[in-house]
Design a binder for this molecule. Structure first.
Ligand code: ARG
Length: 280
């Protein structure tokens, strides 16, 4: 018997996702340190990589809804930023930068057209799942929320009020990791993975207290956008730059699935940024 045989069985749970194809994706403005307007973007390649990601999620047994992309909104491919959905309640996004402001309407229309979700309009700046994560079985169901670069702390309180769940505020301190979802991810219903250096000392203490079994990533993992992952509780979908990190989640009993998404990194995003989870 090997050490791996003694690990808990990580069970996948079927999920519902929302994605938006990068048909209008370019880097024509820079609102995070990864964006460089002088580096050309291959939009056709981005669409091809994105479709590989969509197909991977379908092949894993998940439902993927597709949002229509709007011309002139190049970052709309980063669908995770459009809302934060818990128990059928969609707390809408209010983007930090004017270049992305109009994306919120497309997401709102998606939820308002469906009976299975109740949309709550935000008054505070927040970028949806870019800065919110949800753990349904941790401490009875808690949300983690980032602030420091994009989402306002006042939105954390607004989300708690909209969703009826405790929201734990975590301070992001490194501009390269400007959203929570490039610094931390839910691996399953109760456990997380994160890069401590992206958080303030105090927030590192909070995370260590809440998640003693977390899978800890290092700076190289975080820089590869390994933490910008999507997990169904068993399959952990990461980008192909994150092979070293893949071994860490495998050692913890999960199954890494690699997808090439390099063109999207030029916009400052990877797997998770492209996928919003719709929790009924
Ligand atoms: N260019 C986008 C921005 O700066 C990237 C968003 C990435 N999305 C994410 N969920 N981290 O807003």
């Amino acid at each position: 018997m090997t050490e791996r045989d003694l690990l808990p069985t990580r069970q996948p749970r079927p999920r519902t996702y929302l994605m938006c194809p990068p048909e209008h994706y370019v880097v024509e403005y820079a609102i995070n340190p990864w964006m460089d307007t002088t580096t050309p973007v291959d939009t056709a390649l981005a669409v091809k990589q994105w479709d590989g990601l969509r197909q991977t999620m379908v092949d894993l047994g998940h439902t993927v809804h597709v949002l229509n992309p709007t011309p002139g909104l190049p970052d709309m491919v980063f669908a995770a930023n459009g809302a934060f959905v818990v128990d059928g309640v969609a707390y809408g996004a209010k983007f930090r930068y004017p270049q992305r402001a109009d994306e919120a309407a497309g997401h709102r229309a998606f939820y308002e057209a469906r009976d299975d979700y109740r949309f709550v309009a935000p008054t505070q700046i927040n970028e949806g799942e870019g800065d919110f994560a949800y753990l349904p079985n941790a401490h009875g169901g808690i949300a983690l929320a980032g602030y420091g670069f994009r989402t306002e702390p006042a939105a954390h309180a607004e989300a708690a009020e909209a969703l009826g769940r405790p929201v734990i505020s975590l301070k992001l301190v490194d501009p390269r990791f400007y959203h929570l979802d490039v610094a931390l991810a839910a691996l399953d219903d109760e456990n997380v993975t994160y890069f401590p250096g992206a958080f303030s000392e105090a927030s590192q203490q909070v995370l260590a207290q809440l998640f003693p079994n977390a899978v800890i990533a290092d700076e190289a993992d975080a820089l590869a956008f390994a933490l910008n992952l999507v997990s169904d509780g068993h399959n952990v979908v990461i980008n192909t730059e994150s092979a070293a990190y893949g071994e860490k989640v495998a050692a913890a009993g999960y199954h890494p699935v690699m997808v090439e998404l390099g063109e999207l990194k030029k916009g400052g995003g990877s797997i998770k940024c492209c996928i919003a989870e719709l929790r009924d």
